[in-house]
Write a protein that binds this ligand. Structure first.
Ligand code: OXD
Ligand code: MN
Length: 633
């Protein structure tokens, strides 16, 4: 350790903290911690070595500091973010880039030199009078080649507490790896707090990602998506690192589908927010490995994946006893859970939009004291909870945790799934012809319709390739090329699917029940294991009626009629052609580095659709395509 680093650390950390940090033989780490503690100037510093006492200290500090309050159920606490700080702040989140580097118009960037001066100004003395926490985590399972060590400095006990639930401990990995650790670094300060312990200066929010130093800065915000460094902030660093090393960081769930004879087929799934990602990962009868972020590596000709996290920062809106039995059970049982931006009632119970039972008439929520019908200063009704209210919970609290969730080797990926909110184009489930076709026509063409809950106007299609657009730290064209190249050298490519849980009929009614998705995944398992044929369509391969009829009976004990099948799986030519045009235009006009193959694959799909339209008309029932064995793959 350099002399002045030792001096600063001794002064800032006290004996116990200094000892914990000195055990790690990594001068870069020491210099980083010293630099930001000196600059942010907290009154005290707590260094966690992941011992049960240290974790307990962090948890209790959150209550003592008033960032969390205890709820009626043992182990449950509530946290509030200031009004208007309940979501990812896209505008003030930026990748820092040196002059001359371009990321393209979909990626928010800031000039690196200017932003670093700015952030250092905002961070100066930002922790004054407060305690800072220095915590170590691993992004990925212990002892795994996939895993990346990470250090977080924060003055928020809520952030530190959340991370102990969501991420695996990392202190031992730092000790073991010493100088060799290639770690990510996070500095967060909530800045000044009001008397509700929420951020006072939201106008000074900054979330800056410095790819050059692998550091993310976050200030004047508390919402988890902006502050929990290891979540979406680390994702940007990891996408960038993976792009140089030949592996992928994806916004994907990982789940085990349980097929015949105790077989388990692992699939990953990418869905934009509020499109059924967590409910898919939590399908009953299947097992969960992760619900949000996956690292994918190639190993011995196979694709393997791990969950970067060990917990869930789940959306609580809509969780009810019928549709989400496992989450419902956890939310009603003792155990460690942080609920954020929900309604707290007088008896310290909680309520949220879509919970079973009557909405209480009053309580306390993200807007302060709340009564039914309360309006904000824009005359907008404030619901009992925020639509993006969350709960933070360790996956081990669920009965459906997959036994391989912590396997350092990861799990073998049988299929990748892409899904968005799409009322009129994609059929409920469809297989791509091959890897490149899947990456381009599913992943790179992913769109999702906005919901009333999240944005002003409902039903507007947003382009969101791989559901990763908000987290990219490399230009989109390059990202797509890396996805395409990923299949090189594989012995067996995972299959690629699209799913659509939101298809509607002409009257605007959903064509599927929420639970139907169980069947789509069982069919995917059968396909990956080559146990059923599928019908070739111009856009991919769809299930045969007889196979689905059997699965609906087996899985849901439901009689699935031919009429339902035909309505759901009709190929919609005008809508499919319109989608190709929309996607092509975006890549042609807005993305400078689009790989040429994207246009070739879309053009071929267009030609197949036009040919089919000529032959069969605008709407093609599956039966027309499946008249003999020739239509099968
Ligand atoms: C999340 C998100 O919080 O994608 O996972 O917004
Ligand atoms: Mn997410």
């Amino acid at each position: 350790m350099a002399d002045n680093t030792i001096e600063i650390l001794k002064k800032r950390l006290g004996d116990s903290g200094f000892k914990k940090l000195s055990v790690i033989d990594n001068p870069d780490l020491h210099a980083f911690v010293a630099k930001y503690l000196e600059h942010c100037n907290p009154a005290r510093v707590f260094v966690s070595d992941d011992s049960p006492e240290d974790i307990k200290y962090i948890r209790e500090s959150a209550i003592k500091n008033g960032e969390e309050a205890k709820l009626k159920i043992e182990g449950h606490t509530v946290h509030f973010d200031n009004y208007g700080d309940q979501g990812r702040d896209k505008k003030n989140t930026g990748i820092l880039i040196p002059k001359g580097v371009e990321m393209g118009e979909h990626i928010e960037t800031k000039d690196r030199d200017t932003a670093l001066v700015d952030i250092m100004n905002v961070l100066k003395d930002s922790m004054k009078g407060k305690e800072a926490y220095v915590c170590f985590f691993a992004l990925g399972p212990a002892g795994s080649e996939f895993s990346i060590p990470a250090v977080q400095i924060t003055d928020s006990s809520y952030v530190a507490h959340s991370e102990t639930i969501l991420y695996r401990p990392g202190y031992q990995a730092f000790v073991k790896q010493g100088k060799k650790a290639r770690f990510f670094k996070f500095v967060h300060s909530q800045g000044e707090l009001d008397d509700r312990k929420t951020c006072k200066n939201l106008d000074k929010r900054r979330i800056f990602i410095d790819l050059q130093e692998d550091i993310v800065y976050s200030t004047n915000t508390q919402y988890g998506g902006n502050t929990i460094g290891l979540k979406k902030l680390a994702m940007r660093l990891a996408i960038n690192r993976g792009s140089k090393e030949g592996w992928l960081t994806e916004h994907m769930l990982i789940m085990g589908i349980h097929g015949p004879n105790n077989r388990v087929t692992y699939v990953t799934g990418a869905f934009p927010s509020l499109c059924g990602k967590t409910s898919t990962a939590m399908l009953d009868g299947e097992t969960i490995v992760g619900d949000d972020i996956a690292y994918l590596h190639k190993k011995d000709g196979e694709v393997r994946t791990v969950n970067v996290e060990k917990g869930m920062f789940g959306i609580i809106q809509g969780i009810n006893s019928k549709d989400d039995p496992m989450q419902w059970k956890a939310l009603n049982s003792p155990g460690e859970i942080i609920c954020s931006n929900v309604l707290v009632t007088e008896d310290k119970g909680i309520h949220w939009i879509g919970k079973d039972g009557e909405v209480p008439v009053k309580g306390y929520n993200h807007s302060g004291e709340w009564t039914k019908g309360k309006k904000d200063k824009n005359d907008k009704e404030i619901k009992c909870s925020h639509p993006n209210a969350r709960f933070t919970i360790a996956l081990k609290q669920f009965d459906n945790l997959d036994p391989k969730a912590d396997d350092p080797k990861g799990v073998v990926v049988g299929a990748l799934v892409y899904g968005g909110r799409d009322s009129d184009t994609w059929v409920p489930v469809e297989e791509s012809f091959d890897w490149a076709h899947g990456i381009i026509t599913r992943g790179a063409s992913l769109e999702s319709e906005t919901t009333a809950a999240t944005l002003g106007k409902e039903g507007v299609r947003e382009f969101n390739p791989m559901s990763n657009i908000d987290f990219l730290s490399i230009p989109i064209g390059k990202y797509i090329q890396i996805n395409l190249d990923f299949a090189a050298g594989l012995k067996k490519n995972p299959l690629i699917y699209s799913v659509n849980y939101f298809l509607k009929d002409k009257d605007g009614d959903f064509l599927n029940e929420k639970t139907d998705k169980k069947v789509w995944y069982k069919w995917i398992d059968l396909r990956v294991n080559k146990e059923v044929n599928a019908i070739n369509t111009p856009t991919g391969r769809i299930p045969k009626y007889d196979d689905l009829k059997k699965l609906f009976k087996q899985v849901l004990n439901k009689e699935y009629s031919k009429e339902e099948y035909t309505r759901q799986f009709t190929i919609r030519i005008p809508e499919s052609l319109a989608k190709i045009e929309r996607i092509k235009t975006i890549y042609e006009t807005k993305i400078k580095d689009t790989p040429k193959v994207l246009f070739d694959i879309l053009e071929k799909q267009k030609q197949r659709l036009l040919e089919a339209q000529n032959k069969y008309g605008d709407y093609i029932a599956p039966d027309k395509l499946f008249t003999n064995k020739k239509g099968l793959s």
